[in-house]
Design a binder for this molecule. Structure first.
Ligand code: WQD
Length: 339
C-alpha cells in the first residue's frame, strides 16, 4: 500500500482514478480547487469506496498551500490531474492554460522535491501529436503543438524529461490519453453534464436527455468507412486502471515511462451515435454540419507499449462506454458538474 496525493482528484478522470487507487489498496488524498469539479464528488466517492475521503481544497499554484500539504502527510507519489483541458478554451485563454498547466506543474514539482517525493504520474494527451503523419500513432511520433492546450502538455512532458534525465532521484509515468468516455459502473460519478460540452459523448448524452435537440456531426466526407471522424475512445475506468499500473511500475522500478493509453480500435461519430441509441433505447436525431477546424479524419493509438511495459489492456468497448454514460447522465447525480 502506498500513500498517494491525487491532484485534480474530484474531476472526471481524477475521481475515477481515486476509486481505482483505493480498490488497489492505496491510501489516497485528493487535492482539488473545485474549479471544474462538483463539491459533492468526495461524498459520492465515499459511497463508492465505503471509506472516508481525505480531500484538501486548494490550488497547485499555491506554494504555501502545497508546502502545508506535504508537511502534513508523508506521500510516496503524486498522480497529477489538476490542469485545464479544453482545447477551444485554451485558444481564448492561452495564458490561463500556460499558468495553470505549466507553472502549476513546476510549483508542484518544487514542493515534491522539498518534501523528498520523487514519483509522479503525469496526465498528458494524444493532443501532443497534433495532426499525426501516421495513424494509428506510436509514442515515437513527433510532438506538434496545434493549440495552447497541446503546447502545455508538450511543455509538461519536456519539463519531466529534462528533470528525469538530469536528476536520477526522479521517475515519471507520462500517460497520453486518447479519447476518454463513459462513467463509473455505479452511476455515482461521470463526465461534466452541465457546461457546454467539449467532446462528442457529452454532446450525444445531452441529446439523449433532451437538453439538446440534435447532434451536429462535424463532417461526413472524411476518408473513413462512413465518412465521419474516427477516434480511439477509451472507457474512463480502463483509463483509471492504467494510472494504477503506471504508479505501481514507478514504485517498483524507479524508472520513467511514457505510453499511449488507448485501445487501438477506432469508432466513428455515427458508430458512437448508434451505440448511444442502443444504450438509451431510442434513435437520436442528428444533422450533418460542416467540418470542425483542426479536426483530423482518424486519431488512434498504437497501444502496444503500455501493454508491454505496464501490462495495460483496455477491456471495455463502445457499448460499455455508452451504457455507463447513459446510466450516469440519466441518474440522480448528474445534476452537478464534473466528477
Ligand atoms: C471527437 C469526434 C469530432 C462533437 C478532444 C481534444 C483532445 C482530448 C480529447 C484532452 C471528432 C466529432 C464532436 C460534436 C462531432 N482532450 N464531433 N460533433 O477532438 O478528438 O479530442 O478531446 O486531452 O485534446 O482535442 O474529441 O470529442 O471533440 O471529437 O461530430 O458535437 O467527434 O469532429 O471527429 P477530439 P471530440
Amino acid at each position: 500500500m502506498a500513500s498517494i496525493l491525487l491532484t485534480g482528484g474530484a474531476g472526471y478522470i481524477g475521481s475515477h482514478t481515486y476509486v481505482a487507487l483505493c480498490e488497489a489498496g492505496h491510501q489516497v488524498t485528493i487535492l482539488d480547487d473545485f474549479s471544474n469539479a462538483d463539491r459533492s464528488v468526495p461524498q459520492r466517492l465515499q459511497q463508492i469506496t465505503g471509506a472516508p475521503v481525505r480531500c484538501l481544497e486548494g490550488s497547485v499554484l499555491d506554494t504555501k498551500f502545497l508546502a502545508g500539504v506535504f508537511a502534513g502527510q508523508r506521500f510516496d507519489a503524486v498522480v497529477h490531474f489538476a490542469a485545464r483541458k479544453a482545447v477551444g478554451e485554451s485558444v481564448e485563454k492561452p495564458l490561463d492554460y500556460i499558468e495553470t498547466n505549466c507553472q502549476g506543474l513546476i510549483t508542484l514539482l518544487r514542493a515534491m522535491e522539498q518534501a523528498g517525493v520523487f514519483r509522479l504520474v503525469f496526465s498528458s494527451s494524444a493532443t501532443v501529436y497534433g495532426i499525426p503523419d501516421e495513424t494509428p500513432t506510436p509514442e515515437t511520433a513527433p510532438r506538434r503543438a496545434m493549440n495552447p492546450y497541446g503546447f502545455t502538455k508538450i511543455a509538461g512532458e519536456g519539463i519531466l524529461e529534462q528533470l528525469g534525465q538530469n536528476d536520477p532521484r526522479w521517475a515519471f509515468g507520462t500517460l497520453r490519453y486518447f479519447n476518454p468516455a463513459g462513467a463509473h459502473s455505479s452511476a455515482l460519478i461521470g463526465e461534466d453534464p452541465s457546461d457546454i460540452p467539449n467532446n462528442l459523448m457529452p454532446f450525444i448524452a445531452r441529446v439523449a436527455t433532451g437538453d439538446l435537440p440534435e447532434l451536429a456531426v462535424f463532417g461526413d466526407d472524411y476518408d473513413t468507412p462512413d465518412g465521419t471522424g474516427v477516434r480511439d475512445y477509451i472507457h474512463v475506468e480502463d483509463l483509471a486502471h492504467g494510472h494504477v499500473l503506471s504508479l505501481q511500475a514507478l514504485l517498483r522500478e524507479n524508472e520513467s515511462h511514457l505510453v499511449n493509453l488507448g485501445t487501438g480500435r477506432g469508432y466513428s461519430v455515427l458508430e458512437m451515435l448508434a451505440a448511444y441509441s442502443r444504450a438509451c433505447g431510442r434513435d437520436l436525431p442528428y444533422r450533418i454540419a460542416p467540418r470542425r477546424a483542426g479536426d483530423v479524419p482518424v486519431y488512434c493509438a498504437i497501444p502496444d507499449k503500455a501493454r508491454a511495459l505496464l501490462g495495460f489492456q483496455a477491456r471495455r468497448d463502445l457499448d460499455d462506454m455508452c451504457r455507463s454514460s447513459w446510466n450516469w447522465i440519466s441518474g440522480p447525480h448528474a445534476a452537478g458538474k464534473s466528477g
